[in-house]
Design a protein around this ligand. Structure first.
Ligand code: ZN
Length: 216
């Protein structure tokens, strides 16, 4: 039976690396996949991993009907023995429904990869819909670690080095290097709640309140 599988996790948990591994294993067996992504760090039409691997992909646009896209591809003689959808948290809920239809009506396996929650600890709409519809949800086993060494379960956003818990869910495009530069860091829940990133923990450890003070 074909399946819709959601591989979920935090940032840095190796989702895209696993997506590329699945792609490699299936193409080595002579299968041809349709690779979809959205807003990959390597740019439009790319699926890349932090380990430096990269492959071409179809960039998913706003309002793009994924079911129709695959049907058109097949009717023009293309192959799609399976579908990989990376950065699936950025898809609209309706596009996740289209992927479920690909599984049910076209009998094609769909492997979706995404971050479950955003920097505010809220579910991304695409991830929420995947949890609702997937045949299976797999939590990735490569654990990202918080600076304290605990398992990192939450994504933090920093603006100019300071952790924030409000703002737009998705910020497109890299802000130029400035004081307002947006960064991301994975943390355990405890340090996410305390808004303590690696940098702020280091700063706290170096503050005069903590250091032994010598009189002379
Ligand atoms: Zn921690």
């Amino acid at each position: 039976m074909p399946e819709l599988v959601f591989f979920s996790g935090t940032m840095d948990c190796g989702k895209s690396t696993l997506a590329l591994q699945i792609e490699h294993n299936r193409s080595a067996r002579g299968l041809a996949g349709m690779i979809l992504t959205r807003n990959d760090r390597a740019g439009e039409g790319k699926l890349s991993s932090r380990l430096g691997l990269v492959t071409d992909a179809v960039e998913i646009e706003d309002g793009m009907d994924l079911y129709t896209h695959i049907v058109d591809h097949l009717s023009q003689g293309g192959r799609a023995d399976y579908v990989i959808a990376d950065e699936a948290q950025f898809l609209a809920p309706g596009q996740i429904d289209q992927l479920a239809r690909v599984v049910d009506d076209l009998e094609i396996d769909v492997y979706a990869f995404g971050i479950t929650t955003d920097f505010r600890t809220k579910l991304f709409p695409g991830s929420q819909r995947l949890i609702e519809l997937a045949d299976r949800v797999e939590v990735l086993q490569v654990e990202a670690l918080c600076w304290c060494g605990a398992r990192a379960t939450h994504n933090a956003r920093t603006v100019g080095g300071v952790m924030v818990v409000e703002g737009a869910q998705v910020v497109i495009g890299d802000v130029t290097r400035s004081a307002d530069e947006i960064g991301y860091e994975v943390l355990c829940r405890r340090h996410h709640r305390r808004r303590m990133t690696a940098a702020s923990a280091r700063a706290a450890a170096l503050s005069p309140d903590v250091l032994p003070v010598t009189a002379d």
